[in-house]
Design a protein around this ligand. Sequence first.
Ligand SMILES: Nc1ncnc2c1ncn2[C@@H]1O[C@H](COP(=O)(O)OP(=O)(O)O)[C@@H](O)[C@H]1O
Ligand SMILES: [Mg+2]
Length: 479
Amino acid sequence: MSVTTPTGPGTRIRPRERDAILQSLRAGVVPRAGQQHVQVGRAAEVQALVADITRIADGGAGSRFVIGEYGSGKTFFLHLIRSIALEKRLVTVHADLSPDRRLHATGGQARSLYAELMRNMATRAKPDGGALASVVERFVTQALAEARDTGQNPQVIIRVRLDALSELTGGYDFADVIAKYWQGHDTGNEQLKIDAVRWLRGEFSTRTDARNALGVRTVVDDASFYDHLKLMSRFVRLAGYDGLLVCLDEMVNLYKLANSQARNANYEQILRILNDSLQGTASGLGFLFGGTPDFLLDTRRGLYSYAALQSRLAENTYATAGLVDYSGPVLRLANLSPEDFYVLLAKLRHVYAAGDPAAYLLPDEALHAYMNHCASRIGDAYFRTPRNTIKSFLDLLAILEQNPGQDWRSLIGAIHIAAETDPDLDPLDDASDPTVRPTDERRGESASTGGQGFSHAPAVTVAASQLPPDDDELASFRL
Ligand SMILES: Nc1ncnc2c1ncn2[C@@H]1O[C@H](COP(=O)(O)OP(=O)(O)O)[C@@H](O)[C@H]1O
Ligand SMILES: [Mg+2]
């Protein structure tokens, strides 16, 4: 195992980016940006999703279920694909599901998911979210430019463009709200613009308020969740983007719903989305769902408990014994390998040194020693679910940086590494109230690290280590 400079010789990393990456990883969360500096493996998976993005940008559709064990890299992968989508001129929205945020509900939880998605709307120019207002603004300025070029009345141009929305469910009011935004723009009425954007964000909760502010009779509500995503995907194309990618993480929250009716209603919503993308009725719209194997495979509570989904999501029965198929809707994330983890450590060292090999705090030898230490403490979980081992490694680098002259040899042996536990694998009690279950990670110190109760045939995928070493680069943005 030898590794050349991870992100290419001379790759400097801007201090702000460096700090953001390191801070996230040390806190145990996935970096929002700059993933390419630390990313390892997953070349084939990334390639499959880049093809999806291209199809969406061509007016197609696509839904993928990104399935992997707790800590295997689902959230990381979703963020990575999201940044690629932004590069490819898509608009993205993302949110974690939770007891208060679902795809289907009657108590406001679906609207709440919608509002969260809209708050996180991102574009290449605004990758950190909050991009909805600028998308609307862009629609207006493009229409104004066309009006100027063709000598037509801007209002006519805008109406003609918005006609494309009217054929969709809820399209009239959506178009009216955009027209109100334009009116606000044209007359210098800032409040009207703000109200229009608030409506689009799903922040109006009563029809009366919406009628008073904007003269429309409807609001985004639980029942119109998916219709509004379809409208939004059409609208971002009218604004000059290539499509909309919707990333939904922590799907296990649906599996955790104790009420089977509520659960099935959510699964039915997923079926609708999946059918639209398989039949090509949605256009310029893609969905990524991140979930654990239980969420997919459990025949009592998972997607497989819903017959129509089970048949659509069944894995290719030929994809066994080393054969892979990345064309189905289910994308199983292969485990990272020890080789991947080694490359990851080297990349972390590189990022820590802001891309300057002369500033490396550790020699290669220490990377091996660190891996051996981890293996002896927590077994193969150290590379399969690397959250804690990444954190500890960064802690080690921080000590070395601030205590020059310390010998890494004396430090490595003393590092304490906690194994990870998946809180979702605690026994589910049917009678328990799902809303009081913590949804975010609760890490135990005394966890077992074994197969964690998941007894389905293992996913078959190409380990990144079987690919030529340069494919690591391939997996970054320039595909
Ligand atoms: N392909 C990868 N390259 C580099 N680091 C990764 C990769 N996949 C996951 N990680 C890191 O592993 C840890 C766990 O990943 P995460 O996405 O949070 O797992 P999950 O969402 O499946 O629970 C995070 O620190 C993440 O940054
Ligand atoms: Mg996650």
